[in-house]
Design a protein around this ligand. Structure first.
Ligand code: ZN
Length: 340
């Protein structure tokens, strides 16, 4: 089959387009999906560079977000059906899985991170991870949604408990999870401050519904958050940047505020002024991906067009390296996709 994979870790140049890669062999509860579109996530870049703690199984096919056609069926799915894949993989048997909290499973892993993913003509996935795509949705719209919307939903709704009327500050608002957080927060009825790095992106974020937009290159977002809330602070901060923003994120919070983190793109070890945490009674909340219920809940909202994936650009599979460069340069707004 055609595929893009890497045989060694490194920069975008290690992504190799190949035409003679073996088609994966699905197990008893798995389905073989013919990939039509695969969305990029920042995770793909970490995986390509090499993640500590994840044993290198090379060559590796990245790609977590897949939409396509069932090629070989199992468990109620027939060949030819249009499906989107939930990339959260778990054992399905342990105590966490049984109470529906698969992201807490000891064996939790992600399609394209620990196992071969969707930068390919075919991918194998457990049948229980499939969801049918309704009429009227493109492959790109469907593939753009799963990872970022389940992450944003769990972060804001399940973990941070965002409520109508609250104020939320979103860092990295122009990224995939960022735009998903913005839409979900507006759907809930929250007031949204969106932070990004170019005027063009800020303009787009305004169009997407942000109440206030802040350019982190020209203003101190912490101080601005303080000013815009009349020195009260915001209720929730969504921070996936880590080291470069952590301290200001904490300072931007009101009493009883929540900082929810799902990434550390600028580095993993920021300083925390503990006095700020106890004096303002802050909560620091970690989150990653989503459980199956959160996935279906948020995808239903996508199918109802209450949430609309923001698509940046679509590249042909062969140009995966070019797509990675665009993402690494942070030129994109919303999702970059590969058409297979
Ligand atoms: Zn489990």
């Amino acid at each position: 089959m055609r595929s893009v994979r890497f045989h060694e870790h490194g920069g975008p140049e290690v992504l190799r387009y190949e035409e003679d890669v073996p088609v994966p062999e699905p197990g008893p509860d798995e389905v073989l999906v013919r990939v039509k579109a695969c969305a990029l996530n920042y995770l793909d870049i970490w995986v390509r560079r090499g993640l500590p703690g994840i044993p290198p199984k090379l060559p590796h096919i990245p790609g977590s977000d897949v939409a396509g056609v069932v090629e070989r069926g199992a468990e109620g799915f027939s060949p030819g059906e249009r499906v989107v894949v939930n990339p959260s993989l778990s054992c399905g048997r342990c105590a966490s899985c049984r109470r529906g909290e698969d992201p807490l499973c000891e064996e939790f892993h992600i399609l394209g991170e620990h196992v071969d993913g969707g930068y390919a003509e075919f991918v194998k996935v457990p049948a229980r991870n499939l969801m049918r795509i309704p009429e009227g949705f493109s492959w790109e719209e469907a593939a753009a949604a799963p990872l970022v919307y389940q992450t944003a939903w769990r972060a804001l709704i399940t973990r941070a408990g965002l409520r109508p009327g609250e104020t939320v500050l979103i860092l990295g608002a122009s990224g995939g999870v960022g735009t998903a957080c913005l839409q979900i927060a507006k759907l809930v009825g929250a007031r949204v401050f969106a932070v990004a790095g170019t005027e063009e992106k800020l303009q787009k974020l305004k169009e997407l519904g942000a109440d206030e937009v802040l350019n982190h290159r020209t203003v101190d977002f912490g101080r601005e958050a303080w000013r815009l809330t009349k020195k009260r602070g915001v209720d929730v901060v969504v921070d996936s940047i880590g080291e470069a923003t952590w301290e200001r994120s904490l300072r931007a919070l009101a009493k009883d505020g929540r900082l929810v983190t799902y990434g550390a793109t600028s580095g993993p070890t920021p300083l925390t002024d503990v006095r700020l945490v106890f004096w303002r009674q802050l909560r620091i909340i970690g989150t990653t991906m989503g459980n199956h219920h959160e996935f279906t809940q948020v995808m239903e909202l996508v199918w109802e067009r209450k949430l609309r994936p923001v698509i940046d650009r679509v590249f042909p599979l062969e140009e995966a390296a070019k797509a990675h460069r665009r993402m690494e340069a942070r030129e994109h707004l919303g999702k970059i996709l590969l058409a297979v």
